[in-house]
Design a protein around this ligand. Structure first.
Ligand code: SF4
Length: 712
């Protein structure tokens, strides 16, 4: 077959949560997997960013794992699958028998699909623990918590398409779609802006989002460049400005009184919280002129349809839940929810981070966000699975890693890289050595896999079938080409085999293939897993592989034939009372603030060309060429103070470690604030970040730490 005659397969880009459709084709040789544009793909209509275009480069990378590895006398040796399975199963049994099921932790990943994460969390629960979590703990756990508690669902309230058509004002706080969600930014948000929409960006760092909208035109767009960790005071100024204006001029309708009265609860609490609030002092703390914040408040309140976009600049703080609650407060008092073009919309970072949460790979919820400590919900799932589910929420990712060698003795990692992705990473690398058993399932020997007792070689995104759920709740099919390395296995195959060896044949399990719902782990294919998933996950219940077709479907999709909802809460919120919950919040300072020893504030972010811990993007020649090393952004005034010149190699340090990076002297960052990224192993920001947690959602405070800089 000549190259231009090759069949192409429609699938989804493996990187960010936008969920762009791409095509891939299989060449004459196994492993010759090529990117092809998909002209009328449902989300991106053929457009693609640099990461999506380069995604196939890693599929046949020379570093791919090709055979199982077992550690013997400190060194890895190749093993057969039979040896590897026997070892994993016997160690899982030993740890459960010796210490009990809560001595194991299970980490799912947003690089893997709904079916795979579903099976992993079912495996953990069948094992007897709710110690199962995924990388959303590092990115949007606080957002999910606040949205679920106050509105009903931990997801974008609206969809990208309705925002493009109907939104008049985009309030983008702590998110950088110009860099992290390039196609959403260019195709949806920018299109709305060209049609007249306004952008208010709230971010300590000027970035590609700032530049893509030319946010220097204060008559229309604004960039409020606040100090890291001051999002609550800034939003409190906005809220108080709106409340005070409404008292003087209720006829302007800045507060939607009918909406507040009929559809919300807690307005009094917000008023009380803001009673003695001092706007001028707060503006000073934020480092933004008060009149700029008041102008932004006016624009938001005056817009017919205003939508809030929220990202990790908001969620990755020890007050992450409160940060997002304040965004919810703003949307609720102005009636900007339950209609097209409005809402509170988390932009999810990874291709399946939404779905990984949806299918229950979290310690406190079962598939469909049903709480593990809700007896009725648990019993509904138990009826399908046929075994008892532990009724107490388990430990989160970071809590599990804090317990390595204490209460946690074993860890099963699928597609994650906690040695780089968790805060205070030097300590994680030390503590992981205290585990008695570590199994890692991945496509490369990651920084975490290097510590493993067993490494199971999985297939890549381009070789597997299944579904993923993008940032606006659209569930889409992914399809794979032939396996690149014969002796690798799909994640689903591996989990199914381990689950079957551990449990099938027990009275609660079955060795029969689970083409229909049941308690076992033997499945013929991803579709049969999806069929079981929809039985226990009400928001997916109306879906099937056939119904997903090419376009996919938004959840909630409760019954077959539902089209899925592009925006939520048209009639009522999905809280117990049906009301949206308003709750006033007060400022919590970052756990570390600058002092004589560490006089700067360190904040972190990602760049367009790389993806999280870089296991894939650092192996992509195109992406590596564009951004080959880590940098630190430093303001010119600080550069002069510390004798740093543009391009200098510097040591950036915090109380937890130091990294060597190249200085970029730029006004993109504020005076007193240095900015760097987590993508590069030897110089990852996470060697410096603080592992203090939000007390509700247990998300770490990646976005603010005290730091110092020295020229090497
Ligand atoms: Fe992939 Fe996101 Fe780029 Fe789309 S915007 S091509 S999903 S990385």
């Amino acid at each position: 077959m000549s190259s231009d005659q090759r069949d192409t397969i429609e699938t989804i880009c493996p990187y960010c949560g936008v969920g762009c459709g791409i095509k891939i084709s299989q060449g004459d040789e196994r492993g010759d997997v090529r990117f092809r544009p998909w002209g009328n793909a449902p989300v991106n209509e053929g457009r693609i960013c640099i990461k999506g275009g380069a995604a196939t480069e890693v599929v046949d990378h020379e570093d791919r794992l090709t055979d199982p590895l077992i550690r013997d006398d400190g060194e890895f040796r190749e093993a057969t699958w039979e040896e590897a399975y026997e070892y994993v199963v016997s160690e899982l049994e030993r740890i459960r028998d010796q210490y009990g099921p809560d001595a194991m932790g299970f980490f799912g990943s947003s690089k893997t699909m709904n079916e795979e994460n579903y099976l992993l969390q079912k495996l953990a629960r069948r094992y007897g623990t709710n110690n199962v979590d995924n990388c959303t703990r590092m990115c949007h756990a606080s957002t999910v918590w606040a949205l679920r508690t106050s509105l009903g669902a931990g997801a974008m309230t609206n969809s990208m398409a309705d925002l493009r058509e109907e939104c008049d004002l985009f309030w983008i706080q702590g998110a950088n779609p110009g860099e992290q969600h390039p196609i959403a930014n260019s195709q949806y948000f920018r299109q709305a802006v060209l049609d007249g929409a306004t952008v208010i960006q709230v971010d300590p760092h000027a970035n590609k989002t700032t530049r893509s909208f030319e946010i220097d035109d204060t008559d229309r767009h604004q960039h409020l460049q606040l100090n890291p960790g001051t999002d609550i005071p800034l939003l409190n100024i906005v809220l108080k400005t709106i409340l005070e204006h409404h008292e003087d001029r209720p006829e302007d309708g800045w507060i939607d009184e009918t909406f507040v009265e009929e559809r919300t609860d807690g307005f009094d609490d917000l008023q009380e919280t803001l009673e003695g609030f001092d706007n001028e002092a707060a503006a000073e703390e934020c480092g933004v002129p008060l009149e700029e914040i008041e102008l932004a408040a006016e624009k938001y309140a005056e817009a017919d349809n205003a939508a809030i976009f929220t990202g990790m600049g908001m969620s990755q703080h020890r007050c992450g839940v409160d940060n997002v609650q304040n965004e919810i407060n703003l949307a609720l008092i102005t009636g900007n929810l339950g209609r097209p073009g409005t809402g509170v919309n988390p932009l999810r970072g990874q291709n399946n981070v939404q779905g990984t949460c949806d299918v229950g790979a979290m310690p406190n919820v079962l598939p469909g966000y049903q709480l593990v400590d809700d007896d009725e919900a648990r019993e509904r799932v138990e009826d399908v699975w046929g075994f008892e589910i532990p009724d107490e929420p388990g430990l989160t990712n970071v809590e599990i890693s804090h317990e390595f060698g204490n209460s946690v003795h074993g860890l099963y990692v699928v597609g994650e890289n906690p040695v780089m992705s968790e805060p205070d990473a030097n300590q994680v690398a030390e503590r992981i050595k205290d585990l008695e058993f570590l199994v890692v399932q991945d496509i490369f020997l990651t920084e975490t896999a290097a510590y493993a007792d067993v490494v199971l070689p999985a297939t890549s995104w381009a070789e597997r079938d299944g579904t993923v759920t993008n940032t606006d709740r659209r569930v889409q099919r992914m399809r794979g080409v032939e396996k690149v390395h014969e002796n690798t296995k799909h994640d689903l195959e591996i989990l199914s085999e381990i689950g079957s060896r551990l449990f099938d044949g027990d009275e609660s399990g079955s060795t029969e293939s689970q083409a229909v719902p049941g308690g076992g782990f033997a499945f013929d294919d991803p579709e049969s897993v999806f069929e079981e998933l929809r039985e226990v996950c009400p928001i997916y219940h109306g879906m099937s592989y056939d119904a997903l077709g090419t376009e996919g479907l938004h959840w909630p999709c409760y019954v077959p034939g539902d089209e899925g909802d592009p925006y939520l809460y048209a009639e009522e919120f999905e809280t117990e009372s049906g009301l949206g919950r308003i709750e006033g919040v007060s400022h919590t300072l970052p756990a570390e603030t600058p002092d004589d020893e560490y006089p700067l504030i360190l904040t972190t972010a990602r760049v367009e060309e790389h993806y999280n811990t870089g296991t894939m993007s650092r192996r992509s020649p195109t992406l590596e060429r564009q951004v080959p090393e880590n940098v630190v952004d430093i303001h010119p005034a600080d550069a002069e103070r510390y004798g740093v010149e543009d391009g200098d190699e510097v040591t950036l340090s915090s109380r937890r470690g130091e990294i060597e990076v190249v200085a970029q002297v730029t006004e993109d960052t504020k005076e007193g604030v240095v900015w760097t990224t987590p993508h590069f192993a030897a110089a990852s920001a996470n060697r410096l970040t603080n592992d203090v947690l939000d007390d509700k959602a247990k998300i770490p405070e990646y976005k603010a730490a005290a730091a110092e800089i020295e020229v090497d």
